[in-house]
Design a protein around this ligand. Structure first.
Ligand code: T4K
Length: 370
């Protein structure tokens, strides 16, 4: 990457010498995938770190979404948010499920529980909310609705690594939660992901499903897929667990500096930490009010680009605006005013564990019009 370019994030990578030691072990064992030793150790270490009872590793963060829907036999219609990465809705499509978009709560970016009930039809079988940017959804209200109508809840928690509310992991909410360990995330294994579940029986089912449905050498119990994580990535995960807290703290410091500098700026809005929540600072979204700021979101975005600052407009366009989904009855902008407003005004500023004060100042100078 060009030294003068400031990227929105940078991967968390382990010390190369330590990784080499682990590669040497893999070479010695000659066991490279299919529930190897590092895979088993990584699952156990993640359960402890994330405070969850059961976890199943995957090769990315999209397959756990697809697999969770399969495991819970979800069909018909699923209520979801348009304000996310497109993989959320794609996972429904790949299961032949019709996505029903519901608007978001502008205070969290997550699905607005008050709008869920009116979107429920006899075909609705589940709700798929997203803890977007790692900000916890209103999980209690969502669960109350799910219980009332007998719906499953699958959280796309791709951004929610290590997020806790009042000391409890957000990943224990709903029926299952998925994680992404993509290199752009706070915690990554180059590509990778996981599914969090509540009981051993479901863990067993998911482990079968991610291994073609094999429940033994000669028995296939379900039409599974290949979603397994290999030993090379599990090793990175084990090493990265040792440094993820420091990385989150470094990101926290970046967030503090952004907030201090941007609070007085008229027309630039951002979110503060939520009380009782342990955040991971995976993203730092700002929302531009063109009239008050005197510049549109895209003008600011392009100005940053001119300076080599590769901020991103996550999540613009809305998923409901992509051609695949545009024709759905729930995909209209009238149905999704809050999501539309956020998508049209958002810029995610660079934030990562290696962002220097000098680089952050360059970013701020553009926004402060210095
Ligand atoms: N659900 C949600 C809510 C998600 O956000 C995602 C993924 C998923 C599900 C699916 O999980 P995965 O199947 O991906 O595990 C990125 C990621 O590819 C994607 O994982 C992520 N969400 C999404 C929000 O962002 P891009 O297209 O923005 O990535 P890219 O390649 O443009 O990278 C962004 C910046 O990161 C680059 O400008 C520089 C930096 N970078 C990137 C890579 C790949 C590096 O410094 N090194 C790298 O190796 O999608």
């Amino acid at each position: 990457m060009d030294k003068n370019i400031i990227t929105v994030t940078t991967p968390l990578l382990p010390d190369l010498d330590e990784y080499y030691q682990m590669l040497r072990e893999i070479w010695d064992r000659k066991w490279v995938t299919n529930n190897g030793e590092f895979h088993q150790r990584f699952e156990a270490a993640l359960c402890e770190y994330l405070k969850v009872p059961y976890i199943s590793l995957f090769t990315n963060g999209t397959l756990p979404l697809i697999t969770a829907l399969q495991a819970l036999n979800i069909s018909g219609e699923v209520i979801t948010t348009p304000y996310s990465f497109v993989a959320t809705t794609h996972s429904l499509w790949w299961n032949g499920i019709k996505p029903v978009f519901v608007d978001i709560d502008p205070a969290t970016g997550g699905i607005d529980p008050e709008r869920i009930e009116s979107a429920i039809t006899p075909k609705t079988t589940a709700i798929m909310p997203v803890h977007v940017y790692g900000k916890p959804c209103r999980t209690r209200e969502i669960q109350d609705i799910a219980d009332k109508y007998g719906l499953k809840v699958i959280y796309d928690a791709a951004h929610a690594f290590g997020i806790e509310v009042d000391g409890k992991s957000i990943l224990n909410e709903g029926d299952m939660s998925t994680l992404s360990f993509h290199g752009t995330k706070v915690f990554g294994t180059t590509e990778g992901g996981a599914l969090v579940m509540h009981d051993e029986k479901m863990k067993q089912r998911i482990d079968y499903l991610k291994n073609f449905g094999f429940a033994g050498e000669t028995e296939v119990v379900a039409p599974g897929i290949n979603g397994k994580m290999d030993e090379l990535r599990a090793a990175i995960g084990l090493l990265n667990l040792r440094q993820v807290d420091a990385a989150i703290e470094a990101r926290h410091q970046v967030a503090i500096r952004y907030r201090e500098a941007l609070r007085p700026v008229e027309g630039i809005d951002f979110w503060d930490d939520m009380p009782g929540v342990r955040h991971n600072y995976g993203y730092f979204p700002i929302f531009v009010d063109a009239e008050k700021f005197g510049m549109t979101r895209d003008e600011l975005f392009n100005k940053l680009r001119e300076q080599g600052i590769l901020a991103r407009r996550y999540f613009y366009p809305l998923i409901s605006d992509f051609s695949t989904y545009r024709g759905l009855p729930s995909a209209t902008r009238e149905n999704l005013p809050n999501a539309t407003r956020l998508a049209d005004s958002v810029i995610c500023l660079p934030i990562h564990h290696e962002l220097t004060d000098a680089d952050q100042q360059c970013i701020l100078n553009v926004i402060l019009k210095k």
